[in-house]
Write a protein that binds this ligand. Structure first.
Ligand SMILES: Cc1cc2nc3c(=O)[nH]c(=O)nc-3n(C[C@H](O)[C@H](O)[C@H](O)COP(=O)(O)OP(=O)(O)OC[C@H]3O[C@@H](n4cnc5c(N)ncnc54)[C@H](O)[C@@H]3O)c2cc1C
Length: 430
């Protein structure tokens, strides 16, 4: 399959004036500092009409457009020499339906902004990841997830979307347009600009956190019961004594951490706000206050997904690789679980999944390590996080994603000229 649509030219020689406030040649870089770009135009629409006018301007002038949320992706998703559209001005939860457990929000809403607003309506997000700084559209676009074998990623909760497509039109897709909805659930920004989204949410709930520090042998011994017996189960395996400190993980005083795990279990608990016990290691609180776990020291992360039934084998293979070939790599390996879903480009498409994340230190040559992890996990038919470092190619996607063609046909209908592609996404999804 090749791209039949010529790429738009970027940027124009004669400076043109977009129909909304804009900046030119403004340097952009991501949270991790490993991606940067200097778009010809950076715009931050304050209304849907401004966003629409900006896309129409770009179409007319042959500029590519890439959306940016919170810039927390490690991959070259956002880069463009054309127009960078910052969606942070289109933000806020706009409505809830408590009977149907639904919430609507503007596309640039930051995940943390759902917490109090949904809680006040008796609702909550079913699950969250390690941080809550991402925009909801960024999280949806890359299938961002938390942990829990019975809990899907954010994208699996998308029930309706209103977006600006590559024809310069505002269109919406809901559950009566499953083909388009399954494409939109995970789209890497290639279908257009998400203005509004509707998510399936749940009744609000409290969580109790339990942290333990088992050895690797103990972690293995309770593998199945931990996965099945906890709402959220995840662990960070430490290859060395300095590992926990690299992610600022608390550790038990005087205990060696090499070949030990920092495990987290979150389970729903009946309580009220008055009963909150913030003691470290036994936190009980509203769900959205328990999930965000820190991870503020910069790191560069790669994350791969293997079938859950082969999770333990795959984790052991990466541990062996670190011990034998990369003993200098000390970041903990994070291991999580995600329930299968139906989105065409979801890494969890029809596959209950074990998530394996490894990181390199910014400023070091971690590439040989990450390439070796990639090669090791390819044996397990691993898919990759779209927003974290990966080595996927178009031919690998063709083998790994049975609905890739369905996604591509929707993408070409919504954006036949490839306005919303950049080099990275064109190579994968053009
Ligand atoms: C410290 C840290 C912790 C993390 N923790 C987790 C975790 O626990 N679980 C996990 O799965 N991932 C995690 N991630 C990865 C992160 O969730 C994803 O990279 C996510 O996409 C980032 O959201 P963002 O708002 O920053 O999006 P960006 O990185 O800004 O953009 C991501 C994609 O979304 C598109 N996009 C953004 N807004 C729109 C819009 N309005 N319309 C259309 N497309 C849009 C962009 O074009 C781009 O393709 C983490 C990343 C970091 C840096």
């Amino acid at each position: 399959m090749t791209d039949i649509h010529p790429a738009p030219t970027n940027p124009p020689r004669n400076r043109l004036t977009p129909p909304l406030p804009f900046e030119t040649e403004k340097a952009w870089s991501n949270w991790g500092g490993n991606q940067s770009a200097t778009p010809a135009y950076t715009v931050r629409p304050r209304t849907d009409d401004e966003a629409l006018a900006a896309v129409r301007f770009a179409i007319k002038e042959g500029l590519s457009v890439r959306a940016v949320g919170a810039g927390h992706s490690f991959t070259p998703l956002v880069q463009t020499g054309g127009m960078l559209m910052d969606l942070s001005g289109l933000s806020g939860v706009t409505g809830t339906d408590t009977a149907r457990r639904r919430a609507r929000a503007k596309g640039g809403t930051v995940i943390s902004d759902f917490g109090d607003t949904l809680w006040d309506q008796g609702l909550g997000l079913a699950n969250q990841g390690d941080i809550d700084k991402q925009s909801i559209s960024g999280a949806l676009s890359t299938a961002t997830h938390g942990s829990g074998i019975e809990l899907g990623c954010f994208s699996s909760a998308l029930r309706w979307v209103r977006l600006i497509n590559g024809h310069g039109e505002i269109v919406e897709y809901g559950e009566d347009q499953l083909r388009e909805l399954r494409a939109a659930q995970v789209a890497l920004g290639t279908l257009g600009i998400f203005l509004d989204v509707e998510l399936q949410v749940v009744d609000r709930y409290y969580l109790q956190e339990r942290v333990t520090y088992p050895t690797w042998e103990e972690t293995r011994a309770t593998w199945d019961e931990d996965i099945a017996g906890n709402r959220h189960y995840s662990f960070l395996w430490c290859p060395g004594e300095e590992s926990a400190g690299l992610y600022e993980l608390p550790t038990p005083a005087g205990e060696p951490m090499t070949n030990r795990s920092y495990t987290k279990r979150y389970n729903a608990v009946d309580m009220d706000d008055a009963g909150i016990d913030p003691t470290e290691g036994a936190r009980r609180d509203r769900s959205y206050r328990i999930y965000p776990g820190g991870f503020m020291i910069p790191f560069h992360e790669m994350e791969y997904y293997v079938p859950a039934e082969r999770g333990m084998e795959a984790v052991a293979a990466v541990q062996e690789l670190i011990r034998t070939a990369h003993p200098d790599q000390k970041y903990p390996m994070e291991v999580r679980w995600v329930q299968r879903d139906d989105a065409y480009l979801s890494p969890f498409h029809q596959r209950d999944t074990t998530v394996i994340s490894v990181s390199g230190a910014p400023g070091t040559n971690y590439w040989p390590y990450l390439r070796d992890v990639d090669a090791e996990l390819e044996r397990f038919d691993a898919r990759a996080h779209w927003g974290k470092i990966h080595f996927m190619t178009r031919s690998r996607l063709e083998a790994l994603y049975p609905e890739l063609d369905a996604f591509l046909s929707v993408r070409r209908e919504l954006d036949p000229r490839g306005i919303f592609l950049n080099d990275h996404t064109r190579a994968l999804l053009g």
